[in-house]
Design a binder for this molecule. Structure first.
Ligand code: SF4
Length: 181
């Protein structure tokens, strides 16, 4: 079972990902992935250094931790270019434990749940040069068929569309406690 796939490149770049039709997709034969629990994806790797959140994801994490949302926001959130994201400490997800386990696994964000099958990662060069070097689980493991991969990737697209539709440009839920800028 995948562990928290935490620190990652901007999901908002997903809209720039190529539109791979079934006839074109290079991963038609499937892609391997079985999480080894190494925690590598929860650490910063160049552009892979952000965990984006939707407001309700922040709320779920704060409740899971038994924190008031405002306190959680002050401690763990930041806003960048109008997007809400986890503040990284020591170039890694703040919830990555010393044992490489995720401290919020049950309520981890969609971004973490869907790694490495993001739309932006389904470009062959990206997969080869940016995903597999970071994630040993993507170099070996259970074969996921192309339709399953795209179903998982669509969750990140839905996340992105929903985020823009409901809060265009808004850094945080209207009326809710504002995270520090
Ligand atoms: S880098 Fe890959 S194998 Fe390692 S914890 Fe993340 S998903 Fe699992």
């Amino acid at each position: 079972m995948p562990r928290a796939a935490g620190v990652a490149r901007k999901l908002c770049a997903m809209s720039d990902a190529p539109d791979e039709s079934a006839a074109q997709r290079w991963y038609e034969g499937g892609l391997p992935f079985s999480c080894t629990g190494c925690g590598s994806c929860c650490k910063s790797h160049g552009e892979y250094s952000h965990v984006y959140l939707r407001e309700e994801e922040a709320r779920a994490i704060s409740e899971h931790l038994g924190m008031e949302l405002g306190d959680f926001a002050a401690a763990h959130l930041q806003v960048q270019d109008g997007w809400l994201l986890l503040r990284q400490g020591d170039a890694q997800c703040p919830f990555l434990g010393e044992d490489a386990r995720c401290g919020i696994y049950e309520v981890r964000p969609v971004q973490c749940r869907t790694w490495p099958f993001w739309t932006i990662n389904l470009e062959q060069k990206t997969w080869r040069e940016e995903v597999t070097p970071v994630c040993p689980g993507s170099r070996d493991g259970r074969l996921h068929d192309a339709d399953t991969i795209e179903r998982i990737a669509s969750a990140t697209e839905d996340w992105y569309e929903d985020r823009l539709e409901r809060w265009p440009g808004a850094p945080f839920e209207p009326g809710g406690p504002a995270p520090p800028a």
